[in-house]
Design a protein around this ligand. Structure first.
Ligand SMILES: Cc1cc2nc3c(=O)[nH]c(=O)nc-3n(C[C@H](O)[C@H](O)[C@H](O)COP(=O)(O)O)c2cc1C
Length: 471
């Protein structure tokens, strides 16, 4: 089979859902929703999801949707709240499901809780209310007084989730899974990676509990096991249930989730009989030395690598771990995400059996039609079939910012900014540099603040009839 034919093969998941090919649009939070409800912002999503829906992916995974309106990971996250199943909220969810799947690609919703990664002011909670974590372990990023002060002001110290909190979290996740089902999505994915709440329970770094939710590798799995079981009771097959997991936290020796424990977690998932595919990623916000984090400033391919049976193309960041997963000999498909850029590299990963599905993140923010236009397009030869570089220009600006929690996030902001551009009907701008993005964002914040103020003033004028008020 040619590389193009290898990635173009359909695959049927254990739930019976057939994906038309192996290319998956990775979950990436769109940052376009607005208060007070953070419903799917369909005016923007019509522009954004239309591009992905018509680009011939095998599967689309939405950006993370928060399951609790009090805890957002960033301003603009979509939220599944208490009234999401009722009008006028539910019709927005239905429209989202219809739009994303309009051209025949199935779409599933990623459900998340940020836990200790929820900044003060993100979400409907009082400023002095702390967020929750498996254990009260604050995020550490950079040394020195200024970094500590900034982190304390932005994220603070989380409180240990009580048993009641955990029951509430499980209920909210089940509610989210049900919402995805009733809206017409093909299923959901639980975000158990990148240091968010579920991953905080799975990692010994943030889970120091000694009750039934922590204290041993087996007990650290309790929350995940509960979620899978309770979601399946409400959403049986053919609903598709997936989990995204960290292969490891990749922190300094001895700290965080090790690849051995990560492998045990994948083993449980592929053997439990309830999960339809597992997405493998890695790292968390505290670990800035991984391939993923370093890749923001690095140029990627100029030319696609050639395939050869003796030397496999290993462009994905977590291939080594995926090879260990391959050793489990499970029939549950594995999605490998992070680093894939070339058609030949993707085809080689599938051909070698390390994964069945290819996750595409940053490249499909910069080129949303990458599958249809390049990877699956028979008129593009293999040596030219690769995503353009996702190198973010102007990293020097981010490095100059003395507060790490702000500077380190700017490269990812570049992709949020481009998704917001697409939501506003513009094209992604891969050549924009970090300083010009920051200036544009400052201008936009000022402009929308000004518009809102003028709107409020106009609404308060006595001659404004009710019907002509701006809402
Ligand atoms: C802007 C942005 C937002 C992201 N949001 C999420 C998310 O909501 N959920 C998630 O599991 N991963 C998220 N990720 C990680 C991606 O899903 C993916 O694992 C990562 O980008 C590596 O793939 P890539 O090398 O193809 O970009 C995000 C990544 C980026 C760049």
């Amino acid at each position: 089979m040619s590389p193009r034919e290898l990635i173009a093969q359909p695959i049927t998941l254990p739930c019976g859902l057939t994906l038309p090919n192996r290319l998956v649009k990775c979950p990436m939070q769109e940052t376009l929703a607005t208060p007070p409800f953070y419903d799917p912002p369909m005016d923007k999503f019509r522009n954004l999801y239309n591009q992905w829906a018509n680009a011939k992916y095998g599967l689309i995974i939405t950006g993370q949707v928060q399951i609790d309106i009090r805890y957002l990971s960033i301003k603009g996250d979509v939220v599944c709240h208490n009234d999401s199943l009722r009008e006028p909220h539910s019709s927005k969810w239905k429209e989202w499901a219809e739009l994303a799947q309009a051209a025949g690609t199935p779409c599933i919703v990623q459900l998340a809780h940020p836990g200790r990664m929820s900044p003060a002011g993100a979400g409907n909670r009082p400023g002095d209310m702390s967020t929750i974590c498996a254990s009260p372990v604050p995020v550490q990023l950079g040394d020195g007084w200024l970094n500590k002060k900034a982190l304390n002001a932005i994220l603070g110290t989380p409180r240990e989730a009580s048993i009641e909190d955990i029951d509430e979290v499980v209920g909210a996740w089940v509610h989210g899974a049900r919402l995805a089902k009733e809206a017409g999505f093909a299923g959901c994915q639980l975000h158990g990676a990148h240091g968010f709440l579920l991953s905080q329970f799975l990692s010994p770094h943030t889970n120091r509990r000694t009750d039934e939710y922590g204290g041993s590798p087996e007990k650290r799995l309790t929350l995940l096991k509960r979620l899978v079981k309770e979601i399946r009771e409400v959403c049986p097959r053919p609903y598709c249930l997936s989990v995204k997991l960290n292969s490891a936290d990749y922190m300094a020796a001895g700290a965080g989730l090790s690849t051995d424990e990560g492998l045990e977690q994948v083993k449980w998932l592929v053997e439990c009989g309830d999960v339809d595919f597992v997405e493998i990623s890695g790292g968390n916000a505290e670990n800035k030395s991984s391939k993923l984090h370093n890749s923001f400033g690095a140029k990627t391919l100029d030319k696609a690598p050639k395939t050869s049976e003796t030397t496999r193309i290993r462009e994905a960041y977590f291939t080594e771990f995926a090879e260990r997963v391959q050793g489990l000999n499970s029939t549950v498909p594995i999605q490998l995400s992070g680093g894939f850029r070339s058609r030949t590299g993707m085809a080689d990963a599938i051909d070698s059996g390390v994964c069945s599905l290819i996750g595409l993140g940053r490249s499909v923010v910069l080129q949303p039609d990458l599958p249809a236009a390049i990877l699956l397009n028979p008129s593009v030869p293999d040596e030219e079939a690769f995503a353009q570089s996702h190198m973010v220009k102007g990293q020097w600006f981010a490095n100059m910012i003395p507060v790490k929690v702000v500077g380190a996030g700017l490269a990812i902001q570049f992709f949020y900014h481009n998704m917001r551009r697409m939501g506003n009907g513009l094209k992604s701008d891969p050549d924009m540099s970090i300083p010009s993005m920051v200036l544009k964002d400052i201008f936009e914040t000022f402009r929308s603040g000004l518009v809102q103020t003028v709107e409020r003033m106009l609404q308060s004028f006595p001659w404004q009839s009710k019907s002509s008020k701006i809402d």
